[in-house]
Design a protein around this ligand. Structure first.
Ligand SMILES: *[C@@H]1O[C@H](CO)[C@@H](O)[C@H](O)[C@H]1NC(C)=O
Ligand SMILES: *[C@@H]1O[C@H](CO)[C@@H](O)[C@H](O)[C@H]1NC(C)=O
Ligand SMILES: *[C@@H]1O[C@H](CO)[C@@H](O)[C@H](O)[C@H]1NC(C)=O
Length: 338
């Protein structure tokens, strides 16, 4: 009888010691809990001790953007969560750095020229951003920045599966205003086809007041064209020039491609260094200085440009760009609807 009690006591003692030992092992290994994040195919375990408060907050914001994107993709009709259906049009939009295993999807009017310069330097064609002549940035025969579409099907798959992938977005309506100003009002790179070939075709089909023949394309003509559910007919005629105003969904297939980081133009000051760090290139190159104030969302500007557009046309435009607003967390511009 006495022996049985002793045995039981010994058992408890062993159990207790095991518990203490396992606790000690856990403590010495210092596993940061709850911060394992699955992102695409790679697991990111940031070392919390080394993260500053700002970095941790940034990491959280980025995780939320990706979570939102995935949940809207699963829910909606903005594409398939599979790699199988990526069109040549999308592959043409994606630039490759094999040296650093990076894919960048170009979304025009969102500061992409600067990102292209960063990648051109990384690929080695020029030694610094200042050395790249302006006309070479967009000349893909000379700048050593290949498009993903120039690879074989298995090579495309391999890169989509394993490279670091990112894109930059901004408020969809501000982007359209910027495209309109850039291509039809200022045209800084002197691309005459916008004024001479594209504008007259849009005016002929979409100008409301046909007695008004003076001047070039007006913003309301442009909006009416973009919001027309049958816009595809003209898009085909305009060819690749439409990249300046088609949706992010069409440009970058964000529901099919598992992007690692979504940068926002509005927070580019923090997003640019974050992207460089996540891509593992922050010690090699830096993003060019951002002129103060240019990234901030300007509601008065949006109100100003849309003030002459009818509510019906704004609604139709919104319906077309609905995916771009929802996938990337941009608020519906309700101030334009009443
Ligand atoms: C999913 O879609 C439905 C119907 O289109 C919509 O009402 C709902 O808000 C969507 N949910 C998310 C998370 O986007
Ligand atoms: C999803 O993919 C399937 C097959 O690839 C296709 O038939 C279907 O139309 C796609 N759905 C959407 C919403 O794109
Ligand atoms: C916003 O846009 C308006 C109209 O284009 C402009 O006058 C104003 O200076 C802008 N505000 C800021 C803060 O950039």
């Amino acid at each position: 009888m006495h022996h049985r009690w002793l045995l039981l006591l010994a058992c408890f003692w062993v159990l207790f010691m095991l518990m203490v030992a396992s606790k000690l092992i856990t403590l010495t290994m210092r596993i940061p809990e709850g911060y394992g994040m699955r992102q695409g195919s790679l697991t990111i375990l940031p070392e919390l001790e080394k993260m500053t408060v700002t970095e941790a907050r940034k990491f959280q914001i980025e995780s939320q953007r990706l979570e939102l994107l995935r949940s809207v993709c699963r829910n909606g009709s903005f594409g398939n969560l599979s790699h199988s259906t990526i069109s040549k049009f999308v592959l043409d939009r994606i630039f490759v750095s094999d040296k650093h295993k990076i894919l960048f999807c170009q979304t025009p009017k969102v500061g992409n020229t600067q990102w292209k310069k960063v990648l051109i330097v990384l690929n080695g064609a020029f030694s610094s951003i200042e050395d790249i002549p302006e006309n070479v940035v967009h000349d893909h025969d000379k700048n050593g920045l290949p498009r993903l579409s120039s690879y074989s099907v298995p090579d495309v798959q391999e890169r989509l599966n394993s490279y670091f992938k990112f894109l930059i977005v901004r408020d969809p309506f501000e982007r359209l205003i910027s495209a309109y100003k850039d291509k039809f009002l200022h045209n800084p790179r002197f691309e005459p086809w916008y004024k001479h070939n594209i504008a007259p075709v849009i005016i002929r089909k979409y100008r409301k007041d046909r007695t008004e023949t003076r001047g070039g394309l007006q913003f309301q003509d442009f909006v009416r064209y973009l919001g027309d559910p049958n816009h595809k007919f003209l898009d085909l005629q305009f060819g690749d020039h439409i990249i300046h105003w088609v949706t992010y969904v069409e440009l970058c297939a964000p529901c099919e491609i598992n992007y690692n980081v979504i940068g926002h133009h509005e927070t580019l000051e923090e997003d640019a260094p974050y992207i460089l760090k996540e891509a593992g290139i922050d010690t090699l190159v830096s993003y060019p200085a951002i002129p103060p104030g240019i990234t901030k969302y300007n509601q008065s500007k949006v109100e100003y440009y849309f003030s002459k557009v009818s509510k019906r046309d704004i609604k139709r435009l919104y319906d077309r760009f609905d995916g771009d607003f929802k996938l990337f967390g941009y608020k519906e511009p309700t101030f334009l609807f009443h």
